[in-house]
Design a protein. Structure first.
Length: 184
């Protein structure tokens, strides 16, 4: 399944990881662009933007978590896939809490990574379409920012085996969001 014109940016200090991902993305008819640091990435982001971003967690100049935090302030709609050779529960939780679409431990299967990128784009487009439907209808249930946070958290949890039950009184959404976030 080709995804023509899909721009995927890679931020990783490991040249071999960048090269392998670039080659796989080109074969999948995507447009890769690689950076060895977060500072290079943000320099390029001033002129252009990716459809999907892949970032390592541990890098010398700026961690992937710092990169995601800064990106969340300027362009939170870009789906971010976090990759790392240092896969542990704390890193995964931090990545999801930082807004990562998915967390992929190294070494990873290249085909799986490409499929994950396609899924990130697909879900991002669905969110954009849903947002367009909600625009101009302020009374639709679930349009509040706190409900959107709940929906995003539940969406991330849908890929896990966790069971989630959302209940509560009107006005308790902040509590629910915090409870869900603690599960990530």
């Amino acid at each position: 399944m080709a995804t023509p014109g899909l721009s995927v940016w890679i931020v990783d200090d490991d040249e071999s990881v960048r090269w392998v991902l670039e080659q796989a993305l080109k074969q999948a008819h995507m447009i890769p662009r690689a950076f060895d640091s977060g500072h290079q990435f943000f320099g390029a982001l001033e002129r252009d933007r990716p459809d999907v971003l892949i970032t390592d967690i541990r890098m010398p100049d700026m961690s992937g978590l710092e990169l995601m935090e800064r990106l969340g302030q300027t362009d939170p709609d870009i789906p971010v896939i976090v990759i790392t050779a240092h896969s542990d529960l704390d890193s995964a939780v931090s990545a999801y809490q930082g807004g990562a679409f998915e967390y992929l431990p190294k070494p990873f299967d290249v085909d799986q990574a490409v499929e994950l990128i396609r899924r990130a784009l697909s879900e991002s487009k669905r969110e954009d379409e849903a947002e367009e439907l909600l625009t101009g209808s302020p009374d639709i249930l679930g349009q509040a920012q706190s409900m959107q946070e709940v929906f995003r958290a539940v969406g991330r949890l849908s890929h896990s085996s966790a069971t989630v039950l959302i209940t509560g009184e009107t006005g308790q959404l902040k509590i629910l969001t915090d409870q869900i976030s603690s599960l990530l």
